[in-house]
Each structure stands twice: as structure tokens, then as C-alpha cells.
Write a protein that binds this ligand. Structure first.
Ligand code: DQA
Length: 155
């Protein structure tokens, strides 16, 4: 059930290995830490009149639970990391979300190994923003807010 505290809140969910950002393959994922991205997102969302719920897990089941808990939020941004390409359970959870869902990636999976070209979760997402480093999250927030405002959902 939607609570007052979930309205005008955007859930930003992060999957496995993103806790290592800053030290994990910086040539691909950049030098910013996940905390840096959390701070940037909070600041940007606040400037747009929203708060954020920023979470990360390495576990597929926990990510599914985070999606379920985010159903009362105004929108969901998700970087499912490796589970993007494998998780039917995550797709099923995202299909239950009525609010806008934006898939984000730091890198551009389509220009990398072929196993990254397929997003299993894409059918549950309004769109995908990839390849802009941490800017993907900021652009994802802009897209989410535009969709929330257009839908008049939890606005
Ligand atoms: C990623 C891309 C995925 O292919 C990869 O498994 C990740 C990070 C990205 O943000 O670029 O862990 O989602």
C-alpha cells in the first residue's frame, strides 16, 4: 500500500558488484563510488521536488524484494547489473510495478560482449539509459520525473 512517505520518492535500485564502483574496472565504470552516485542522485532529485530511496544488493532475491517494496514509490530506476541479462525473477517483479521504471547502466552493454546485448528486464521498463557513466542515473531521474508528471501519478 502506498504511504505518504513513498509519494514523490524515487527508488534507485542497484544490483551486484555495484558496491565496488570506484575500484571495479574504472576504465569501464568510472572512478566515482556508489556513495558519490547516491549523493548526486539525492541532490538532483531534491532539485526536482523528489526524494530518493537508494539501495544496493549483491543478492538476486533481495533485489526482487527491493522491487516489491518500491511498488509504492513514484518511480523506479534500476541498474540490475549482471542480473539484467539473466533474471526472469527480476523481470516478473518489475512487471508488477505500475509506476514508471527506467533501466540504467553506466556502461553501454550493447557495445560490449554479446551476452550483455540482451536485457531480460527490458520488457518491464519504460526505457533504458546507458553508456553515460553516472550521468545515466541523472538522465534516468529526469526521465522518471517527466513520466511521473505526465502520468499525474503520485505527483
Ligand atoms: C552494468 C552493465 C552490466 O552488463 C554489468 O554486468 C554490470 C554493470 C552497467 O552499469 O554498465 O555489472 O549494469
Amino acid at each position: 500500500m502506498s504511504t505518504a512517505s513513498d509519494q514523490r520518492t524515487i527508488a534507485i535500485l542497484n544490483g551486484p558488484n555495484l558496491n565496488l564502483l570506484g575500484t571495479r574496472q574504472p576504465e569501464i565504470y568510472g572512478s566515482e563510488s556508489l556513495d558519490d552516485i547516491d549523493r548526486m542522485c539525492r541532490k538532483h532529485a531534491e532539485s526536482l521536488g523528489f526524494s530518493t530511496r537508494f539501495q544496493q544488493t549483491n543478492s538476486e532475491g533481495e533485489l526482487v524484494s527491493m522491487v516489491q517494496d518500491a511498488r509504492a514509490c513514484s518511480a523506479v530506476l534500476i541498474n540490475a547489473a549482471g542480473y539484467t541479462h539473466t533474471s526472469v525473477a527480476l523481470l516478473d517483479a518489475l512487471l508488477t510495478v505500475e509506476a514508471p521504471v527506467i533501466e540504467v547502466h553506466l556502461s553501454s552493454p550493447h557495445t560490449r560482449e554479446s551476452f550483455r546485448h540482451k536485457s531480460v528486464i527490458a520488457p518491464a521498463c519504460n526505457g533504458v539509459i546507458a553508456g553515460f557513466g553516472s550521468l545515466s542515473y541523472r538522465l534516468g531521474l529526469d526521465a522518471a520525473v517527466a513520466l511521473v508528471d505526465a502520468n499525474g501519478v503520485n505527483a
